[in-house]
Design a protein. Structure first.
Length: 290
């Protein structure tokens, strides 16, 4: 079986199985060998690793991952692609294909079953319509994951690594940077796919922290504060926090807490760093408990 990382072989498979890319699953087939090599290289995959791939499609990246990894778990939601994967991955005895929605998969259970509970490495060309929910599931599931190397829409990758003060800085930036160190590996043009998407893409690697860069008294509350801070970007942080019904915080309480961390009552969320939000949430939760 020839490698699929080029237009000719990819078109052959598409014709052989009478395929058409499913927009509802965000399918765009990668045909750029250098990008495939970048994903595998950035993942630092060895034969000691068990890799989780989300949305293998026709098996293009899967082939590269299977060559390098000890074991590959490929989770594919589209049942029509299962016979394709049977064909394109037939030469690899270290691949397990699971027909499921990744949002329904217990990742800790996969690690226990296929990697003796040791951390998995995630590598994938993610469907763009559900990128953020997948990233947050991987980060917040409490499952053993060492790193996440994925192809995503360029503007999403940019948001993940933005710092305070930037127009694109927001809840996703803070959530990702709380759990991992983001690094953009390369940018990818639409011509690297069949069919060509209407956006540019980037490969980004998220290396999980062994110890979080900030400590918070209540992680769930911390993320509630972060979401509230960016739910109405044009409003001040005081208004965003006081308008969030799930927080139960008054404008005075929010304003006082901001002043305690050395910020103005008119500050907006994009001006606060990860450390600032950690301090703010700790003060607010103590105020709520009074």
């Amino acid at each position: 079986m020839a490698y699929l990382g080029n237009a000719r072989e990819t078109k052959n498979i598409i014709e052989m199985f009478h395929l058409s890319a499913q927009k509802k699953f965000g399918q765009n087939f990668l045909i750029d060998e250098s990008v495939l090599e970048d994903i595998v290289g950035a993942s630092n995959i060895t034969k000691d690793d068990c890799v989780l791939e989300i949305g293998p499609g026709i098996g293009t990246l899967s082939q590269y991952l299977a060559e390098s990894a000890g074991h590959l778990i490929a989770v594919e939601i589209d049942t029509k692609l299962l016979p394709v994967l049977d064909y394109t991955l037939k030469d690899y005895d270290n691949v397990t294909v699971i027909n499921s929605d990744i949002m329904d998969v217990d990742i800790a259970e996969l690690a226990a079953k296929y990697n003796n509970g040791k951390p998995l490495k995630v590598a994938a060309n993610l469907p763009y319509y559900i990128t953020t929910p997948i990233i947050m599931k991987l980060l917040q599931a409490g499952a053993p994951i060492e790193s996440i190397t994925v192809m995503v829409q360029k503007e999403v990758a940019d948001r993940m690594q933005e710092e305070e003060g930037s127009k694109e800085y927001g809840a996703l930036s803070l959530a990702v940077q709380y759990y991992a160190k983001p690094e953009i590996i390369c940018e990818v043009s639409p011509s690297s796919f069949i069919p060509q998407p209407g956006v540019d893409s980037s490969v980004i690697c998220l290396k999980r922290y062994e110890k979080m860069p900030v400590e918070v008294k209540d992680e769930q509350f911390f993320f509630q504060v972060v979401r509230a801070a960016f739910s109405q970007r044009r409003k001040t942080l005081v208004n965003g926090l006081s308008n969030a019904k799930d927080l139960g915080i008054s404008k005075d309480t929010a304003g006082n807490a901001l002043e305690k961390i050395g910020k103005s009552r008119t500050e907006r969320g994009e001006k606060l760093s990860l450390e600032d939000f950690a301090k703010l949430s700790d003060i607010l939760i103590e105020e709520i408990k009074k």
